[in-house]
Design a protein around this ligand. Structure first.
Ligand SMILES: [Zn+2]
Length: 437
């Protein structure tokens, strides 16, 4: 089984998490995880609870990240079930979590970490390896070889999520030259990211806010966006383009993940390695704090003067960022910077759409702060970058399956691949069976 994620976002998708798998969990011999994001790993605790007993292959960084992320996901499932019980809207009586923190801890025991490039013996006829994908720390393409009698092995490549070129901290996506069958993601298959310089935009917003004496609140995903933001803020300070302000990372997971980002050198690009050699941390600014505990978090809101607070969740759907927003949205001198995709129905999207009041913890909060968006900070390749990666293959795969995208994105990417590369591109349907030969 390649990847084992949770459906996220719209309710009709999330309900799929409760449907039985098309095969029994016990019949699956191994799991291979391309990276730690919950939409690729979050079902694992349930799979183990339902009888999966084999090893789970992941890179060492992915395995380390999962030790933070899966128990957290279990806690969230338990909180959701609690909430449903209090509000009385669950169809389960009593409402049950999909899995618990304890289930997540049990699943972690199955992890089998490996280095990039290391050969994984998956069965008598199958072997695999991870090749760096540049999406988040530890992310890899899964390259699987299936031995054939009297013929060269069949090579199947799974992109997982494809990272971006020329971004700081992480390596660019590796080039892969050969695949007989390819599965490629298509999150942004219909889009090109804006070519604006995110540092330029950050600097301008920060300077304007400092002049007004306000606070800068940045809702950011703990894994990936938080580290990139800190890297850029440090560079801007070092280049004298913004004043040195107190910068606080306020999300329990963000703190732990930032430490892991510093530790895993195998994922670092040349820039990151150069600044790592300096006697200071590239993932910390000049007046920097990682906030521990709720008291420290609440204390941030009573500090005077301009400051930057980076806090999860990235779409303001929950987490500690909510009380910072409740404190500073009413303040016209302050600013909120949205740095990632804001899904429909989230508070982040409402702010982006210019709503004048939003509800936080049951109270209506007036939006007087400046709300800004920087969309060039995405971790996913856009359609141009996907094509750039595909052009690295020396010959067309026999079939390229376009996965992991909304229907508009998969369709747009399919048309591009057929038109620009002349490949056999296929949009598979759920549970479709395909014979490899
Ligand atoms: Zn991802």
């Amino acid at each position: 089984m390649i990847d084992c994620g949770l459906f996220q976002g719209l309710k009709e998708l999330r309900l799929r998490n409760w449907q039985p798998l098309p095969v029994s969990a016990a019949s699956i011999s191994r799991v291979v995880l391309t990276h730690a994001h919950i939409d690729h790993t979050g079902y694992l605790p349930r799979l183990v609870r339902d009888g999966f007993a084999g090893p789970v292959h992941a890179t060492t960084a992915t395995a380390d990240l999962l030790k933070i992320m899966l128990p957290d996901s279990g806690r969230l499932q338990e909180e959701d079930a609690d909430f449903a019980r209090r509000k009385g809207f669950s169809k389960h009586h009593p409402p049950l979590p999909l899995y618990t923190e304890q289930d997540a801890n049990a699943a972690l025991k199955h992890l089998s970490p490996s280095k990039y490039g290391q050969t994984l013996q998956l069965s008598k006829t199958m072997s695999g390896r991870f090749v760096s994908a540049g999406h988040i720390l530890g992310s890899g393409f899964a390259v699987i070889d299936i031995a054939e009698k009297g013929a060269a092995p069949i090579k199947v490549v799974f992109s997982g999520d494809l990272g971006r070129y020329d971004q700081p901290i992480l390596n660019d996506p590796s080039t892969i030259e050969v695949a007989d069958y390819l599965l490629v993601e298509s999150t942004y298959g219909d889009r090109i990211h804006p070519q604006t310089d995110p540092k330029e935009e950050l600097a301008a917003i920060i300077k304007r806010t400092v002049e007004r004496g306000g606070k800068i609140i940045i809702p950011a995903f703990a894994l990936g966006r938080t580290q990139l933001l800190i890297y850029y803020l440090r560079e801007l300070e070092d280049e004298g383009r913004i004043p040195v302000l107190p910068v606080s990372v306020d999300s329990p997971m963000g703190v732990d993940v930032t430490r892991l980002y510093s530790r895993h050198h195998e994922d670092h690009d040349a820039n990151m390695e150069t600044v790592e050699k300096l006697p200071r941390n590239p993932l910390a600014t000049n007046n920097f704090s990682l906030v521990h505990g709720r008291a420290g978090s609440k204390g941030l809101d009573s500090q005077k003067g301009a400051a930057i607070i980076v806090s999860a969740s990235g779409m303001a759907t929950g987490g500690r960022v909510l009380h910072h927003l409740a404190s500073y949205l009413p303040d016209p001198a302050s600013a909120v910077i949205l740095v990632g995709y804001q899904a429909m129905g989230t508070r982040g999207r409402r702010l982006q759409d210019g709503e004048k009041e939003i509800k936080i913890h049951g109270e209506w909060v007036p939006v007087n702060a400046q709300v800004e968006s920087i969309s060039s900070l995405s971790a996913h390749a856009d359609s141009g970058e996907i094509l750039r990666w595909l052009k690295g293959f020396k010959r067309p795969p026999r079939a390229t399956y376009i996965v992991h995208g909304e229907s508009g994105s998969t369709q747009a990417l399919k048309e591009k691949i057929v038109k620009e590369l002349g490949w056999n591109a296929v949009i598979p349907t759920q549970t479709e069976l395909v014979e490899l030969a």
